[in-house]
Design a protein around this ligand. Sequence first.
Ligand code: HPA
Length: 235
Amino acid sequence: MSIHIGAAPGEIAETVLMPGDPYRAKWAAETFLDDVVQVNSVRGMLGFTGTWRGNRVSIQGSGMGMPSLSIYANELIRDFGAKTLIRIGSCGAMQEHVKVRDIILAMTATTLSTPSRGIFRELNFAPCADYPLLRRAADAAGSRDVATHVGGIYSSDVFYDERPDLNDQMTRHGILGVEMEAAELYILAARHGARALAVLTVSDHLLTGEALPSDQRETSFGDMVEIALEAAFES
Ligand code: HPA
């Protein structure tokens, strides 16, 4: 047990998928894993462990935003020995050529600040994905009927943004999409010798205002979960 994860020692796998939404953790575990056991319910932040093609894997909700993700990622790595952490989540597209339902594999995550800001101070650390995970995810996505983009994303501190000029600069500099968690996940993985990747489904579009209808969310999110699982385990 750790402070925010009620699992017993050994109940969490070395590979953990991390959706922001705890109910999406439940849906993904029940849909894609075998022999599923619920291992966490503290604060409703559901976590599950099961197997995928014989490989042990956990799916633990992270909550929204980097401070929340930081709590769960820290405890997963330091208290439960997680070694591979893959965020599965949604993002808003920031480029015309990126469409709703597309998948983004986040090679880097630009931020204004993260919970690690206090460590880096004046240094602009460059949070980046684990390359073998990224390459395998790109291969897995390439064999599916889903448009996939690999590149930089923006991990914002706010959903309701009062600085549209920053989004404009992100678009101008080729950033593919915006979400709120990946940068700190990459920083924590780097700090603790783990590996991390964010596989994101585009749920809305900042330039066109389009949004994924709720009845189409599950199939799009299913591709993302399978890409993350295929990336995590060598076939
Ligand atoms: N902003 C931040 N996070 C998000 C968004 C957004 O527009 N869409 C999905 N996650």
